[in-house]
Write a protein that binds this ligand. Structure first.
Ligand code: 4HQ
Length: 233
């Protein structure tokens, strides 16, 4: 799968995506990520990419043309025939869920547009964007962190990125429930003991205990998810 991120801060994206599991997966060729600087596509002699909003008001708005020209360069890059599925990260978008990420992992190619300042000229969104996605109901300074969240969530489901499929299929949200609590050595720490069933080696009892914990945890912390889970069964 190929990701292209259009941003004013490519180094910020590159730094995060070069570390840990995603960094290793990129080196191994399980996914491709390219970070593009929108500023490289301005025709302005001062390399400007923003201007004040028509109608007045605070802040600056990213201009349509540098974004469009960056998008065209991305589409023309490489041998891939298909046009990417285009996403704008924005608090106005539909909130990202594990379910949506699981659908997006089927795409061969994603284009992610990161906005800054007060956002981008609506006309370039009309022209190139297929879908707006939000990572939650709060406001950030730019779309880079949301784009990185999206890449991370999708990339970990690609074959080869995690050692086994079970690594993501058993985790919080995948089944619609939160994950059971985890413990490792030592068996007693600061007077707290590891739940006894986990030390028995009895796989059926352990699986039952974990499932009960998942249900209980979800009911306590996320009653909204708990009700969805009960209704779907
Ligand atoms: N922003 N989920 C404003 C977000 C955001 C979010 C990104 C701030 C876009 C222009 N994006 N810029 N929450 O708060 O996706």
């Amino acid at each position: 799968m190929r990701f292209d991120i259009a941003t004013l801060f490519p180094k910020m994206c590159e730094a995060v995506l070069s570390e840990s599991i995603i960094g290793r997966a990129r080196t191994a060729g399980f996914l491709e990520v390219n970070c593009w600087n929108i500023r490289d596509y301005t025709l302005d002699k001062h390399r400007r990419v923003d201007d004040s909003p028509y109608g007045g008001g605070r802040g600056m708005v990213m201009q349509a043309d540098p974004i469009f020209r960056c998008y065209q360069a991305i589409c023309a890059d490489g041998e891939m025939a298909e046009k990417p599925h285009c996403i704008y990260l924005s608090p106005k978008g539909k909130v990202l869920t594990q379910q949506r990420a699981r659908e997006l992992v089927q795409q061969p190619r994603l284009f992610l547009l990161c906005g800054h300042y007060e956002g981008v000229d609506e006309r370039v969104l009309n022209e190139i964007i297929d879908e707006e996605i939000s990572i939650g109901d709060y406001v950030l300074t730019g779309g880079e962190l949301p784009a990185l969240v999206l890449v991370d969530t999708i990339a970990r489901m690609l074959p080869g990125v995690l050692p086994e499929k079970c690594c993501f299929e058993e985790e919080s949200h995948y089944s619609g429930l939160l994950e059971y609590p985890q413990y490792t050595r030592p068996a007693v720490w600061h007077g707290q003991e590891v739940p006894e069933v986990l030390l028995t080696g009895h796989h059926k009892n352990i699986a039952d205990w974990r499932f009960a914990q998942s249900l209980d945890m979800t009911k306590q912390h996320r009653p909204d998810l708990y009700l969805d889970y009960l209704n779907k069964k």
